[in-house]
Design a protein around this ligand. Sequence first.
Ligand code: SF4
Length: 510
Amino acid sequence: MADQFTTGPIPTFDQPEPEPREECGVFGVWAPGEEVAKLTYYGLYALQHRGQEAAGISVADGHQIVVFKDLGLVSQVFDEQVLSSLRGHVAVGHCRYSTTGSTTWENAQPTFRTTATGSGLSLGHNGNLVNTAELRDRATKLGVTSRNGATTDSDIMTALLAASAADKGLEQAALEVLPTIRGAYCLVFSDESTLYAARDPHGVRPLVLGRLERGWVVASETAALDIVGASFVREVEPGELIAIDTDGLRSSRFASPEPKGCLFEYVYLARPDTTISGRSVHATRVEIGRRLADEHPVEADLVVPVPESGTPAAIGYAQGSGIPFGTALVKNAYVGRTFIQPSQTIRQLGIRLKLNPLREVIRGKRLIVVDDSVVRGNTQRALVRMLREAGALEVHVRIASPPVQWPCFYGIDFASRAELVANGLDLDGIRRSIGADSLGYVSLDALIAASEQPKTRLCAACFTGEYPIELPDDALIGKHLLEGIEKGVAGSAAPLQPAGYGAEDALRRP
Ligand code: SF4
């Protein structure tokens, strides 16, 4: 079954690049008397953009935990019959994009382990760890490495928690194990009767707490609270463990908070209708666009977004510049979300599979095209060519983030450093590479100002190369690290190439 997901696109000149991909969405419910599986299904549905490779839900009823998971979109994995069979009052949900471990059924989440006393533990993880090799060594010493073929940092965490929970209970085990885990992690997990949520001390990824009339919800984004009718209570704090059961909600701190929220969540990753650290993502993107207009003005007839993620910044650019906003590109929202492999003929269409130009709007106009980010530059190159073919007189590209120059080790899958168009080319080189009449990126200062967050509380490593969480040696990090260890090749003279990590980083990484 996994085969159909593992064939990559055949590159052509017009081929759009894969967008930066999130690592996962998590959702949890504790609500006696509610259909928790269905609530979780809709929560995951709202978080589908965070992971489209696999989906799963576990439900606990006080006596046992049942996990149902598979490869595919949330709507492909679950149907009415499956959801009706998942009965209980505690649910953990997950939608996955892989940043550690391949796309296999075994690596789908929630992960599941039993403790020595027979109790169950299911866990959903959003993020990416940086000390997976060390944790795996510890799991090996305890004799709890994977017996089910899973090769993820999330499975190792689950194993360590289950091993520790055997004699002291899961809550105490979490308070002892979590401080030893390094990297980005938002966790939602449960035993037979209690829902837990935890966020790493840096709070790299978002995690929020919501209230239902008869229970509690935790979710990666506030938009998922809205969809199930939960009211926002607060964010889960960096370094905080929350436990929810019949005794109510308990909060413990397992580490001192050192907030470093992901700046790229504001640029692209989070839904526009989500709020992070009290700041609306949509409002942030509009403000970025206004500042982009201030920093990179140009005479033109129309401001057009690259839909959907470029739309708020294009609105802001139009407001800031006084140039009319217009729609010139129509997005097929469902392309890229089908698992039917396109034929070679269809594949050659490249970007036209995804975006179609409105020729009557474009013809004879000087356009300002606003996009959220540039990774490899393939999409923008294809786009500029398509707009010229549709009759644009001039195409000026404006980008609502600074150049992406460094890989992310905290859960976002960019290209390798060698593939990043901003690596090795100056601004004019990038402009010529994509064929635009002019090019402008918003500055880092303007982006941070638009987020309304203090600079010291943000991670901006993909723009600056300054990584807030210390990274291990190159051979001890990467998407296929655990598969490499299984095969006995990790840590060898030829280190595995992690996703989003180029060979030259070994020399240049701070
Ligand atoms: S490196 Fe970039 S994408 Fe990764 S956590 Fe930091 S800001 Fe976010």
